[in-house]
Unconditional design. Structure first.
Length: 444
């Protein structure tokens, strides 16, 4: 177990308040009172993907679920019944205040807009963190989480669980072994439609009993509640203020093996050739072109990676490289100097031309539990494969595409060290102001 200092209760209150000043540390061994090397864990968000994360983490050996947090009592009912000894909270700030000296690690599995506020607050207390993808809602938040993970020397893992499967590991190895030569072009896509071209309904609906709408909004601006799953629990991913669209949701999965296999860094430019979001929602049928500087695995001075979602698809000449094989609903086509690799999302790769690779032996690659990897790393046993040092730059690239979609048919040059574009209007999307009473120390 890696041990880190934590804050006193008074320090927690200061940390979660509106002041930007850091609070004093109280040094203490996090595992001093944990029997049998038990990892004491708290969960933020226990419905949907949060419920899945909770199930996987709790199934790991020597993990105690100490506390649960969810703004929706109905969503939390199953988790509370399964873990009756875990203390329950509807306010994440109260959980960190009261449980800071009784937990070692957390997972943050809330809607995107609350990943960074909760995550940064827990990280400043020295807590190891499993953060759902995308790492955060905007570029400033992602960069701060990446920096803070390094400063605090805590264990981190982003919830791109396919990263640890044999499917994605094998694909990276095949590329890095040079099976299809150097990569000269990449096309990647998802048929999901986390967007909505319609206007926001002009109505106010009753807030369901047991659902704390104000705390669900969190750092986002106040607004009336709209029912029918317009926001909660189903379609917040479509809304600009809360989700990050199809690219933010699925891009973190599908572009992951591209980053891993080609060892990409930040893109030098990004261009959207799809529709723009409206005032409230992300668009659908997007197309985003990223340009990256060359790496040891790529051909030419720059590499283009083109993203498509909804009904948008790669051009016919790219699809034809699959020689009539079924085109997957989500996946990637790597075009190399010596062949083509098609990687369906969460499925076995295919190599083309079929005749050339008919006798090719795929490497033996083992997968493992993404969650167990995190838990063991918290104990000091190995590391994580998607820590924030890796997941941060990946998420930044994904979010750049979302910003570019606001400026169709405009090539935006990106200064990664400076965290800024060459277009002033685009820089307005790099970060956002939190509403009064919800400003987070460390994110100001």
């Amino acid at each position: 177990m890696n041990h880190h200092p934590i804050h006193s209760r008074r320090s927690v209150l200061k940390l979660l308040g509106t002041t930007a000043a850091g609070a004093p540390f109280v040094t203490r061994n996090l595992m001093a009172q944990s029997p049998a090397n038990t990892l004491r864990h708290a969960c933020f968000g226990v419905g949907g993907m949060g419920g899945s994360d909770l199930a996987h983490i709790s199934n790991c050996e020597n993990v105690e679920i100490v506390a649960l947090c969810d703004v929706d009592l109905a969503q939390a009912a199953e988790a509370r019944a399964k873990f009756p000894n875990a203390r329950f909270y509807q306010d994440w700030r109260e959980l960190l205040d009261k449980e800071a000296d009784r937990i070692d690690s957390v997972n943050v599995s809330t809607p995107d807009h609350m990943h960074a506020p909760i995550g940064v607050s827990a990280m400043q207390l020295g807590k190891h963190i499993y953060g759902q993808k995308p790492l955060a809602h905007n570029l400033h938040e992602v960069r701060r989480m990446t920096e803070l993970a390094k400063e605090k020397k805590i264990v981190t893992q982003m919830g791109i669980q396919i990263h640890s499967t044999a499917y994605y590991r094998m694909a990276a190895k095949v590329i890095q072994d040079g099976a299809i030569g150097r990569i000269k072009d990449v096309h990647t896509w998802s048929n999901k439609t986390w967007g909505d071209p319609t206007d926001k309904p002009d109505r106010t609906d009753p807030v369901p009993e047991g659902f704390d709408w104000d705390k669900w909004l969190g750092v986002a601006a106040q607004r009336p509640f709209i029912g029918g799953e317009y926001y909660h629990p189903g379609t917040w991913r479509k809304r600009l203020d809360f989700g990050t669209g199809t690219l933010g949701d699925m891009g973190c999965h599908i572009l992951d093996p591209i980053f891993e296999s080609l060892k990409l860094s930040a893109p030098v430019s990004v261009r959207s050739e799809g529709p723009a979001p409206n005032a409230w929602n992300w668009a659908v049928n997007g197309k985003v072109i990223y340009s990256f500087d060359r790496t040891a695995m790529t051909e030419g001075d720059q590499l283009n990676v083109t993203w498509y979602d909804g009904k948008a698809r790669p051009p016919a000449e790219v699809v034809a490289l699959m020689e009539g094989k079924k085109f997957p609903g989500q996946g990637t086509i790597f075009i190399g100097t010596g062949g083509v690799m098609v990687l369906p999302h969460v499925s076995r790769l295919q190599l083309f031309p079929l005749e050339k690779f008919k006798d090719y032996k795929l490497p033996r690659v083992e997968g493992e539990s993404h969650w167990a990897q995190f838990i063991e790393a918290c104990r000091g046993n190995g590391g994580t494969s998607a820590d924030f040092a890796y997941a941060g730059p990946l998420t930044e690239a994904i979010l750049l595409g979302g910003i570019a979609s606001h400026f169709p048919n405009t090539t935006l040059k990106w200064d990664s060290p400076g965290l800024k574009f060459d277009l002033a209007e685009a820089n307005a999307f790099v970060r956002r102001d939190y509403r009064e009473g919800w400003r987070i120390a460390g994110l100001g």
